[in-house]
Ligand binder design. Sequence first.
Ligand code: 13P
Length: 264
Amino acid sequence: MIRLPLVAGNWKMHKTIAEARQLVPELVYGLQDIEGVQKVLCPPFTALLSVKALLEGTDIGLGAQNMFWETEGAYTGEVSPKMVAELCQYVILGHSERRIYFGETDEGVRRKVKAALAVGLSPIVCVGETLEENENGKTEVVVRRQLEEGLRGVELEVDESGGVPLLVAYEPVWAIGTGKAASGEIANRVVEEVIRPTLASLYGERVAQAVRVLYGGSVKAANAAEFFEQPGIDGALVGGASLKAEEFIGIVSAAASSKQRQLT
Ligand code: 13P
């Protein structure tokens, strides 16, 4: 089973439209010759339309960072699945910053995942333990719960192309924005010993092997290869380093060369 590597840049609450118009052409130029990796940009909602126009004719995909699960209605400040699907192919769901600052729960993530799949979006479902949970040996319990609860009742199948329209991102909270990335080996162990077995228990081995699992947390050009060399890690969800063209391009090329090496 070959899982095409994917590198997504989560811009978080950064970049105005004007700033995005400076960054995106640099990314398009630097990424155009890198093959064998899916590239995705996830700007804030306000910049989606402009970034979409700048990505026209390129192989770079577009994702949102969140959405609501309801189809439409009186939900001031929210954005519907259909609105996101009009512009994007991907949506990040259950990011730890949404769980921590905006009270997002596993149940909310589940509703959003179902709604995203229903409109043809590929959700990137984020899971990961806090520092305290990690120090108390709770990583496995927390990550398994986030997946089991976040995906309960969500139907997943391998499609004709051999893929599954859902990705998981393992983002240990203690590694996000701290400069302290997990080691490739530790992240891989969580993927292979917790994430894929949990997916297998929910959906069977075939689906579990087809789901792409990304690592996120202080990934930069200098440490990216360490993650991509791991057999269980299929790409990265990049925060801070995705705001700098050189860094993000460096990460995508590291994915291209590591994963190609694994195939030869
Ligand atoms: P950093 O790469 O800034 O640590 O953020 C990771 C992240 O949260 C991506 O979603």
